[in-house]
Design a protein around this ligand. Structure first.
Ligand code: MN
Ligand code: MN
Length: 291
């Protein structure tokens, strides 16, 4: 088996799989420091660090059918990238499988949500990010990573997206959102109120039968996740994000992890991302078995 080119324990065929991984090695809309294009393979590499047995759920991940599609081709523009990601993710959603998309910069995430079928139960988005990503266009590109919550909102509707962990926003984004009304809970509110209260509030806001988590790794504090393009102090802890995944699991229909730029640390950010992927697989499996 090509050990380092697939995610750990991704041994199933596409047909058998309940979870399907896709890497998108694209970072051309990065606004500060580049390198998220190397995220998918670094996350795969570090996924082999962990035991397949999950202590908390008692689930052995080697027994869960996971397929790794590998990476998308590399592209010129963000628009071409988005077309290709939609094309790859559409059959995953359509078959009722659980997509896990590894970026890449955050521009790689909206097409994964856009690929969700209109005929499926309504989708809500938990958007974990230090930033609001709410510009209608950034540096002339509406597909920039600075516009990703806005692009998702156009698919799922303003009341079906909640931004968690935000602590950096432009005045223009705040002004724009006054008329749109996208919900957000800042990292400072989360620190003040606690993660349990916050998640309860967020999940109450999202009435949809299905949820999707879009995790910009910069939602997590740079002390834990320094390898990212636009690190921002005063972030969430890895445990906060672990808790969010666990609470969302019964309704969860997809996940992406974006903006891991592995060259800026010695592997800890990639390992954290890999561990969160495994957490999601274990928790979603546990929730499904409990039904
Ligand atoms: Mn982002
Ligand atoms: Mn961000």
């Amino acid at each position: 088996m090509p050990r380092l080119s697939t995610f750990a324990d991704a041994n199933a065929s596409f047909e058998q799989a309940e979870f399907v991984l896709l890497g998108v090695p694209f970072d051309r809309t990065t606004s500060f420091r580049p390198g998220a294009r190397f995220g998918p393979d670094a996350i795969r590499h570090h996924s082999w660090n962990f035991e397949s047995y999950d202590l908390e759920t008692g689930i052995d991940l080697s027994e869960i059918p996971v397929h790794d599609l590998g990476n998308t081709e590399e592209f010129g523009s963000a628009t071409e990238m988005a077309d290709s990601v939609r094309e790859e993710v559409r059959p995953i959603h359509a078959a009722g499988k659980f997509p896990i998309v590894l970026g890449g910069d955050h521009a790689c995430a909206p097409p994964s949500v856009e690929a969700y079928p209109e005929s499926a139960p309504t989708l809500g988005v938990l958007y974990l990010d230090a930033h609001m990503d709410f510009r209608s266009s950034y540096l002339g590109d509406p597909r920039s990573h600075g516009c990703s919550s806005r692009r998702m909102l156009e698919k799922v509707g303003a009341k079906n997206i909640v931004v968690l962990g935000v602590r950096s926003v432009s005045r223009e984004e705040m002004d724009d959102n006054r008329s749109v009304g996208m919900s957000y809970i800042t990292a400072h509110e989360i620190a003040r109120d606690g993660i349990q209260t916050t998640v309860r509030k967020a999940l109450d806001l999202l009435k949809t039968p299905r949820l999707y988590i879009s995790l910009d790794i910069d939602a997590i504090d740079p002390a834990y996740a320094p390898a990212t393009g636009t690190p921002e102090p005063f972030g969430l802890t890895p445990r906060d994000v672990k808790y969010i995944i666990g609470e969302a699991a019964p309704r969860l229909a997809g996940l992406d992890i974006m903006e891991v730029a592995p060259d800026y640390d010695r592997g800890n950010t990639s390992a954290l991302a890999a561990r969160l992927v495994r957490e999601a697989i274990a928790r979603v499996t546990q929730a499904r078995r409990g039904r």
